[in-house]
Design a protein around this ligand. Structure first.
Ligand code: FAD
Length: 618
């Protein structure tokens, strides 16, 4: 008799690993099917995790007990907080990874996860009931497996075609087959599809690079881990990256060979990531720039491979070697593997509910690059939400829809399902309206208790976070109850006016230039307070006024979000709507009045008409 799984996850990339682990943490009997166990945890492009906006996503995944933060902590060989000189809201943790260590760490975390089985196989089709709900999957060896819900995370593998110059061949990633059968099965569901592209640079032999004369960039000392759990850092040696740049000769060579590039020779039609352009794009679109910066990033401690960040390309292999040798330090470089571009199918994310379930196929959830995102962190975040919601569906619990006001996960999912994508979607801090509230340093305080309620956070993390929250509250209370006169405050080193006003400790710590050292000078008994607490309380104190002002915006937002628009709403019946908006609303089927308001072209008058219609129907 066929085994019945609660949840089957297709694909062991960043989305699939988090989806499988989240479903299993929720208690679902979960099967993760992927082409190769060896590729689980593979970093297909740059050997780094995090960055601006992306680092926030990793912290949120970690706060919900996901795997990515712990894996990069184990594998990191250079940790840096980007934008450290700017406000905490826009700082982003980033780390270079040792590729091999990252893969091992991810596989270890999956192997330790109870309720989760991993199978090496190719899924060739989806099975549905007469009513259209998903019932399972078919494997390449002819077997069928049944499941209560399926999460599809096939990455760039759907009708994937790789291009190096004028050579094109089917594939999902270098060395891996495309998933054409599965692509056809998905096409049969008649979901709206699009075609995107992305690219990766050549990999270099670091032993042939002359680093003399190149600027070195080291990590932070001490390393700041991603995970909120204690003791997650691997402890290996930290390495430096080096910086070089393209030259006028590089640009001349690229221009002379543009017709041989897959991108500019007309072989590729998909749309690429605007924020991660190929070197061909940079040379054509910024003709006045004399140089573009290139970071030389080591791929591992025992691995001579170097990743040249900033020169992804689809030029022929001989041209790649020639142009790379025009960069300072790379005059004698040997290329280990040429760069390539890949075109692939994606499902328009507007076909999904905010739970990431396909609207017209109950029980089928999608996550990762297959719904138009780019990046490991975006994939991981979506995977976690899809896996959790697949498990909740099987357990008859309502789905979790993260809100824009509580997380970058909410921002990303709302952007995707409301507006769709016209280029690969990546996260930036500028996408979040409430970013003072959604900081990388407070994801645990925003999400872990909620994750416990949702059943996706284990007991160790629940305890660690509850202890931290209690300690932060106690320190905040204690500082609020102590105060200093202006002269006492000045003696301790605080910069305050001599206005005769006593100020409490929290107000003093929140002053722009205040440091914890001044607090200790005023109250020496607080010297032993751990830095992790003092930093959190200082940031809270500094943003107290802004956060209070943002509260009223958040309340207004949540009022609109509370008004659900039924999935079956017949927009042709709503009076005073233009035909254009009717068509737009019928296609997008926003889940709430707030989501309708965020559709491009929506007007206040149209929203009022919609509100009136929905209220009347109740
Ligand atoms: P993937 O990591 O692609 O994982 C998909 C998994 O599904 C694979 O393990 C595959 O074997 C498995 N699979 C697929 N079909 C089946 C099937 N039918 N049966 C079983 N298993 C299946 N991101 C950036 O942020 N910037 C970049 O510049 C960038 N460049 C990239 C360049 C290239 C060439 C590639 C391939 C990716 C690039 N990425 C880049 C994207 C980044 O790698 C992805 O966004 C991220 O890995 C997506 O994760 P995912 O889990 O959605 O898919």
């Amino acid at each position: 008799m066929a085994v019945l799984w609660d949840v089957i996850v297709i694909g062991g990339g960043h989305a699939g690993c988090e989806a499988g682990a989240a479903a299993a943490r929720h208690g679902a009997r979960t099967l993760l099917i992927t082409h190769s166990w060896n590729d689980v945890g593979a970093l297909s492009c740059n050997p780094a995790i995090g960055g601006l906006g992306k680092g926030h996503l990793v912290r949120e995944v970690d706060a919900l007990d996901g795997l990515m933060g712990r894996a990069i902590d184990q594998a990191g060989i250079q940790f840096r907080v980007l934008n450290r000189s700017k406000g905490p809201a826009v700082q982003g943790p980033r780390a270079q990874a040792d590729r091999g260590l990252y893969r091992s760490a991810m596989r270890r975390l999956l192997a330790e996860q109870s309720n989760l089985t991993v199978m090496e196989e190719a899924v060739v089709g989806l099975r549905r009931s007469g009513e259209g709900a998903i019932t399972g999957v078919c494997l390449s060896d002819g077997r069928e497996l049944k499941a209560g819900a399926v999460v599809l995370t096939a990455g760039t593998f759907l009708r994937g075609v790789m291009h190096v110059g004028d050579k094109a061949e089917p594939g999902g990633r270098l060395g891996d087959p495309a998933a054409d059968h599965l692509g056809r099965s998905l096409a049969a569901l008649k979901l709206p599809m699009g075609r995107l592209k992305t690219g990766t640079p050549a990999r270099l032999d670091g032993r042939t690079i002359d680093y003399r004369g190149l600027a070195a960039q080291s990590g932070d000392e001490p390393s700041e881990p991603f995970s909120y759990l204690p003791g997650t850092l691997g402890g290996q040696a930290q390495v430096a990256c080096h910086i070089t740049h393209t030259t006028p000769s590089t640009h001349a060579l690229i221009r002379a060979n543009l017709v041989r590039s897959a991108l500019y020779g007309g072989a590729i039609s998909g749309i690429g990531p605007r924020y991660c352009p190929s070197i061909e794009d940079k040379v054509v679109k910024f003709p006045d720039r004399e140089r573009h910066q290139v970071f030389l990033e080591p791929e591992g401690l025992d691995d001579p491979t170097v990743y040249p960040n900033g020169v992804s390309t689809s030029l022929p292999a001989d041209v790649q070697t020639a142009f790379l040798r025009t960069l300072p330090g790379l005059e004698k470089v040997e290329v280990l593997r040429p760069g390539y571009a890949i075109e692939y199918d994606m499902v328009d994310p507007r076909a999904l509910r905010p739970s990431l379930e396909v609207r017209q196929v109950p029980g089928l959830f999608l996550a990762g690059q297959v719904i138009g995102t780019t990046g490991y962190e975006e994939a991981a975040g979506l995977g976690l939400v899809a896996g959790l919601n697949a498990a909740r569906r099987v357990g008859d619990s309502p789905p979790w829809v993260p809100r824009r006001t509580e997380s970058y996960l909410g921002v990303m999912i709302d952007d995707l399902v409301t507006r769709g994508v016209d280029e690969p979607y990546r996260m930036f801090t500028s996408r979040a309206e409430y970013r003072l509230h959604l900081r990388a340093d407070n994801a645990d305080r925003r999400l872990t208790a909620l994750g416990v309620e949702l059943g996706v956070v284990g007991s160790e993390r629940a305890r660690v976070t509850a202890d931290k929250v209690a300690a932060v509250e106690a320190l905040t209370r204690l500082l609020s109850n102590r105060n200093l006169t202006p002269s006492e405050a000045r003696q301790a080193g605080f910069v305050v006016n001599d206005d005769g006003q006593r100020r409490d400790g929290l107000t003093l710590l929140g002053l722009p230039e205040a440091r914890w050292e001044e607090v200790v000078r005023a109250w020496p008994d607080l010297a032993p307070t751990p830095r992790v607490l003092t930093e959190v309380v200082r940031t809270d104190a500094r943003y107290r006024g802004y956060l209070a002002r943002q509260e009223s915006d958040i309340r207004a937002y949540e009022r609109d979000e509370a008004l659900a628009l039924p999935d079956s709403l017949d927009y042709s019946q709503v009076g005073s709507l233009s035909t254009e908006l009717r068509t737009k609303l019928s296609a997008a089927r926003p889940a709430t009045l707030g989501a309708a308001a965020r559709l491009p072209g929506m007007t206040p008058a149209a929203l009022t008409a919609l509100l009136r219609y929905v209220k009347k129907g109740r």
